[in-house]
Design a protein around this ligand. Structure first.
Ligand SMILES: [Zn+2]
Length: 165
């Protein structure tokens, strides 16, 4: 009987060390930004978020969907993957913007909304005219100008409207 229990524990340890574990990993440094997002929006992100080394230099982060078949049908894994080669050179506003943008993709997808990029610019005479309309723009706002730093609350509100919350 002792032998049987030993075998089961070893089996669990081995199976939890496979590649799936990496895809469920939530990096504590990245989760700090997720926590701020959750406080600001009331939305909870319960999927993987991790640093990766395999993104092109021009890509700061991605939201990846993987589908796989199980006995009970098709299932999905979601992960936000951040380019570790670019991360250390970024200021906190840019880091936050990247995480919020990728979370935007995820929550738009989960709520059956258009999760594609939107590169429209805010037209005058709005107080923030000339700035990108949304966090869901293709290129980082913070790397181009101070719009996200100055109008952060506008971008969070706009994303929530987009998600439908
Ligand atoms: Zn994007």
């Amino acid at each position: 009987m002792k032998n049987a229990i030993f075998t089961i524990i070893i089996g669990l340890m081995v199976s939890s060390c496979g590649p799936l574990k990496l895809d469920h990993f939530q990096d504590p440094e990245l989760m700090e930004f997720v926590s701020v997002f959750e406080e600001e929006t009331g939305l909870v992100y319960d999927e993987a978020i991790l640093f990766v080394t395999d993104l092109p230099d021009t890509t700061l982060g991605v939201m990846r969907t993987q589908s796989y078949r199980t006995m009970s049908g098709q299932k999905f894994h979601y992960s936000i993957r951040i380019n570790i080669n670019r991360w250390d050179g970024l200021d906190d506003a840019t880091k936050e913007e990247i995480i919020f943008h990728e979370l935007g993709h995820y929550f738009l997808l989960m709520n059956n909304k258009n999760y594609n990029h939107d590169d429209r610019i805010i037209q005058g005479p709005a107080y923030n005219a000339g700035c990108p309309l949304t966090l869901m723009t293709t290129n980082s706002i913070s790397l181009r100008n101070d719009c996200y730093r100055i109008y952060r609350q506008y971008y969070i509100d706009e994303l929530l409207l987009r998600i439908g919350q």
